[in-house]
Ligand binder design. Structure first.
Ligand SMILES: Nc1ncnc2c1ncn2[C@@H]1O[C@H](COP(=O)(O)OP(=O)(O)OP(=O)(O)O)[C@@H](O)[C@H]1O
Ligand SMILES: [Mg+2]
Length: 451
């Protein structure tokens, strides 16, 4: 065997191994070039086979006839750009007259097989221009978030979408969110990712975790207030309602509408206030929400009604005061009693992990995207963390959050502990935590000197 043959064999073996064990590395090394060449070479024939070509226009036929040339062929959409990404390829197409974005969307599964890609989705960018996103491998199998994400205030990257793009939770466009899923489907891991994403931001985190605090109390250093039982949760929520009212008083005091004030400068929410006056936004994370709505006695029923009323008020009025709700639970339907559907209607952002029945999926998507209901039921039990997330346009995506362990989240929260704001209204609910080991004064310095 000559050395070029040996070298070739080594390269092929390395490519095969990477493709099997490390698909992301394979894509970055060999896959992207091979796929780009394959797409460009096969483009015209695949488009024709998938019915995405248009017959030649009249004037081209006439011109061919006049110049005695053979009749021109059908034409495929024009490629405006082919961009490689770290998970796949993005193809931007200019549609021919008579084609629409639906034609491309309907052919996406055929395109996937023809180009030999793992997944193909398409969306309309503007009239006549369609973007086809192709993924080279199953990006949700082992989620790796890109190192660089587009982070803005109150907008955190929380998961990866199946088309390889980043799924953001943007509190300013979608203020309140609901996350549903059967037990062990990945809700708490998703919520942990949210906390980890929000930790470096200027935001107060408030947690209600009726599972005795097992999920959120380890992250206590970054939380401005925490409750681990329904009684404390009620007091905390009522304190939040009074905080919200204080913020509205502040906004009113700052409005001072006069003829001289331009429209754009009239404050209607906290983001219109000058930065030095702006109250810190608050994200309220509620895990296992059903615990707040269940009762066994008359007393507990009264408490439940007050809790739901406070949550409804926060959901209805909180946005402008910078109070955002993030609610997690296994089910969130009318069987939890009065006020629940009213609260659900205010929770715009919907995420459903694996659910066991259609009714649970309907609680998340029944009223906004019926086809997402089917997708949520079809999530396999062994791929925990996969979820269907609705977006602000009424569409939905399959997403998966990275598997952030509790230790990683704790480390991140400890790192940003100094960013935890003190809210006077929530002071009684501030979790008592021991100082960080690095901040502790060495014992030798505090111990009284002994003679
Ligand atoms: N995104 C993910 N990637 C990989 N594994 C995950 C992911 N999310 C969850 N898991 C796995 O699923 C397990 C259960 O997740 P989690 O505790 O978030 O479920 P849950 O829906 O909150 O369950 P419960 O309703 O019982 O609290 C985790 O311990 C983890 O092993
Ligand atoms: Mg949980």
């Amino acid at each position: 065997m000559t050395w070029p043959t040996v070298l070739l064999l080594v390269v092929v073996a390395a490519a095969g191994f990477l493709r099997w064990r490390r698909p992301a590395w394979y894509w970055m090394t060999f896959g992207v070039t091979l796929a780009a060449v394959r797409v460009l070479v096969r483009y015209a024939s695949v488009m024709e086979a998938c019915g995405l070509t248009v017959p030649p226009s009249r004037w081209r036929l006439m011109l061919a006839r006049m110049t005695n040339r053979p009749a021109p062929e059908s034409r495929a959409p024009r490629i405006l750009r082919l961009r490689p990404t770290h998970t796949g390829l993005v193809l931007r197409l200019k549609l021919r007259p008579g084609q629409d974005a639906f034609d491309v969307a309907a052919a996406s599964d055929r395109l996937r097989h023809s180009f030999g890609m793992y997944g193909v989705t398409s969306r309309e960018l503007r009239s006549g221009v369609v973007e086809i996103r192709m993924t080279g491998y199953d990006v949700l199998k082992r989620v790796q978030m890109p190192a660089k994400t587009d982070t803005r205030p109150m907008r955190v990257p929380v998961a990866l979408r199946e088309d390889g793009s980043v799924h953001y939770r943007d509190y300013r466009t979608v203020p309140h969110g609901l996350t549903l899923g059967a037990t062990e489907s990945g809700k708490s891991v998703y919520q942990r990712n949210l906390v980890a994403g929000l930790a470096p931001h200027h935001v107060a985190l408030v947690g209600i975790d009726c599972k005795q605090g097992v999920e959120l109390f380890p992250l206590a250093r970054r939380f401005s207030a925490l409750a681990d039982n329904p009684d404390t949760a009620l007091e905390l929520l009522e304190a939040l309602v009074s905080h919200m009212q204080d913020v509205y008083q502040l906004i009113r005091a700052e409005q001072r509408i006069s003829v001289a004030v331009p429209d754009a400068e009239i404050a209607a929410d906290i983001w219109d206030l000058p930065e030095d006056l702006r109250p810190v936004p608050v994200v309220v994370l509620v895990d296992e929400v059903a615990e707040l709505a269940l009762f066994a006695s008359k007393e507990e029923e009264k408490r439940r009604d007050r809790i739901i009323t406070a949550l409804v008020r926060l959901a209805q009025l909180g946005r402008a005061a910078g109070v955002y709700l993030e609610i997690c639970g296994q089910r969130f339907g009318s069987e939890l009693g009065k006020g629940i559907t009213m609260l659900r209607a205010q929770l715009t952002g919907r995420t459903a992990h694996r659910v066991n029945d259609e009714t649970s999926a309907n609680m998340a998507f029944g009223d906004i995207a019926p086809d997402a209901v089917l997708a949520a039921i079809q999530i396999p039990a062994e791929t925990r963390g996969i979820a269907i997330a609705g977006d602000s346009t009424g569409g939905w995506h399959r997403i998966r959050a990275p598997h952030t362990t509790l230790r990683q989240a704790v480390n991140l929260c400890n790192k940003h502990a100094d960013r935890t704001p003190e809210l006077p209204a929530l002071a009684p609910f501030r979790p008592a935590v021991a100082p960080l080991p690095s901040a502790r004064v060495p014992l030798s310095k505090t111990a009284p000197a002994t003679a």
